[in-house]
Ligand binder design. Structure first.
Ligand code: 13P
Ligand code: SF4
Length: 311
């Protein structure tokens, strides 16, 4: 039975042999983040996937992320260690139902969170991630009605911040909906110096208590620059790995879920074990493939997002 150290060393060898790049989201296990070529949030990972010259992209993330990489860089082989690594937001917004929804509101500008399928992307005018969503909402001409899908919590947060009226698709993230307001308040009472920081996929009641709200990369940056020494972190627990690494003198407490469970771990992200990543690099399977017609339709709204993020 190989140890994690053996597996990590062999992953480094295989990446070289296969001319593969290993991209990892902040939510995967720390030991996978440590062996990746690039660790980032959804936006940074799509930018990295677009730019890579490697023959193979192994994506330690979830299905919609690997799909976005394939849409942006179709000549590369894209491998997702487990094709069943889905996302409750993407699964809660089926393409056919979303097509019927947008067809009922043909005058609306359709903004979709990157956590959706290629079918939903293809029906959208522009894609957003949690790090560029506010800027992109503000870029939609005043007076033009907006559909926002599929995260009702991120949508409500953006509506509050921008004052824009948005018609929501009412999906949510199973991880960010688990946090308990009552337990967070109890934690803050025990640690009055601790700052609550939260991802905008959290429910409004949690966000109302947060000192800082932002994407995973924005939360990480905040912990590096803020004066506080202790943080309660309301997002998936994987991000704590980079927070602890970059600020070893600070304390990070994972915000508690309502039930006695590990439901603040994303079960889809956690499918990317060191063993699964090793197997994917060894076999170059399972490969993510995509219908070319659908890929082309989904590409334009993603490119629009990347252009708006750069400007
Ligand atoms: P970001 O990577 O934009 O912070 O979003 C988090 C997330 O839920 C990814 O699934
Ligand atoms: Fe989807 Fe939530 Fe998991 Fe992110 S944390 S991949 S939004 S289920």
């Amino acid at each position: 039975m190989p140890t994690p150290t053996d597996l990590a060393a062999d992953i480094v060898r295989l990446k070289k042999e296969r001319n593969a790049v290993l991209l990892a989201h902040y939510y995967v296990d720390g030991e996978v983040q440590d062996v990746a070529d690039f660790v980032g949030d959804s936006l940074q990972l799509s930018q990295a996937a677009q730019k890579t010259q490697a023959d193979v992209i192994v994506f330690a993330g979830v299905h919609f992320m690997a799909e976005t990489a394939k849409i942006l860089n179709p000549s590369r082989k894209v491998v997702l260690p487990d094709l069943d690594a889905g996302c409750s937001l993407a699964e809660g917004c089926p393409g056919d139902k979303f097509a019927a929804f947008t067809a009922r509101h043909p005058d609306h500008y359709v903004l979709s969170y990157i956590n959706c399928s290629a079918e939903v992307k293809a029906l959208s005018d522009c894609i957003v991630t949690s790090s560029n969503a506010e800027k992109i909402v503000r870029s939609v001409p005043e007076g033009r009605p907006i559909i926002f899908a599929p995260d009702k919590n991120l949508g409500a947060y953006l509506a509050r911040k921008t004052g824009r009226d948005m018609l929501m698709w009412r999906g949510s993230c199973i991880v960010h909906e688990t946090f308990s307001e009552r337990k967070i308040i109890a934690l803050q009472t025990r640690h009055p110096d601790a700052e609550l920081i939260a991802h905008p996929e959290c429910e409004p009641a949690i966000l109302a208590h947060a000192r800082f709200i932002g994407s995973t990369s924005a939360l990480l940056k905040y912990t590096q620059t803020a004066a506080a020494r202790r943080f309660i972190v309301a997002t998936e627990t994987g991000i704590l790995h980079q927070m602890k690494k970059s600020s070893p003198d600070k304390e990070f407490i994972a915000a508690p879920p309502d039930a006695n469970c590990a439901c603040n771990d994303c079960p889809f992200m956690k499918k990317n074990s060191l063993e699964a990543v090793h197997r994917a690099l060894e076999t170059l399977e399972p490969e993510l493939t995509l219908d070319e017609g659908l890929r082309v339709k989904a590409l334009r709204p993603i490119e629009r997002m990347l252009e708006l993020s750069a400007s």
